[in-house]
Structures are given as structure tokens and as C-alpha cells.
Design a binder for this molecule. Structure first.
Ligand SMILES: [Zn+2]
Length: 77
């Protein structure tokens, strides 16, 4: 069981939102697997997930002309 970096609470697997605010677009990725602290709600993503999120964000930046992009983690190419 992982413990929270901030409050030492228990981290549990959960699906969460990843939101990144870029200059020209806000990207919201939904249903991202993460470890979430049961005490303070701090989220932590593992390396593979972070890499994938980066890919998704890069794709969105290239392809989208909207100001807010909402992407489903599991469905993103
Ligand atoms: Zn915590």
C-alpha cells in the first residue's frame, strides 16, 4: 500500500480527472487511473500513465482548435 507524500494517508486506486491548463487550451482527461489519498485527496500517477497523458495532451494541442478539450483516457488514441 502506498502512503501519501503529503499527509501519510493511504493511497487507493481510483479513476480521476487530469486537467492541464496550457496557454491556448485547457485539456481535461477523464477516467485516468491514479492512486488517490483517502485523507487529503492528493493524486499520484505512475510513470506509464504520465507518459500517456503527455501523449494525449500533445495530440490535443496539435489537433484541436477549441479552448477546452475533454478527452476520455481509455478512448484516446
Ligand atoms: Zn494525503
Amino acid at each position: 500500500m502506498d502512503t501519501c507524500f503529503f499527509c501519510k494517508g493511504d493511497m487507493e486506486p481510483a479513476l480521476t480527472k487530469f486537467i492541464v491548463d496550457l496557454d491556448d487550451v485547457v485539456v481535461i482527461v477523464k477516467n485516468v487511473p491514479a492512486m488517490v489519498c483517502t485523507q487529503c485527496g492528493e493524486k499520484s500517477f505512475d510513470d506509464a500513465t504520465m507518459e500517456r497523458l503527455e501523449e494525449i495532451v500533445n495530440k490535443v494541442r496539435e489537433g484541436f482548435v477549441t479552448e477546452v478539450a475533454i478527452v476520455e483516457y481509455t478512448k484516446a488514441a
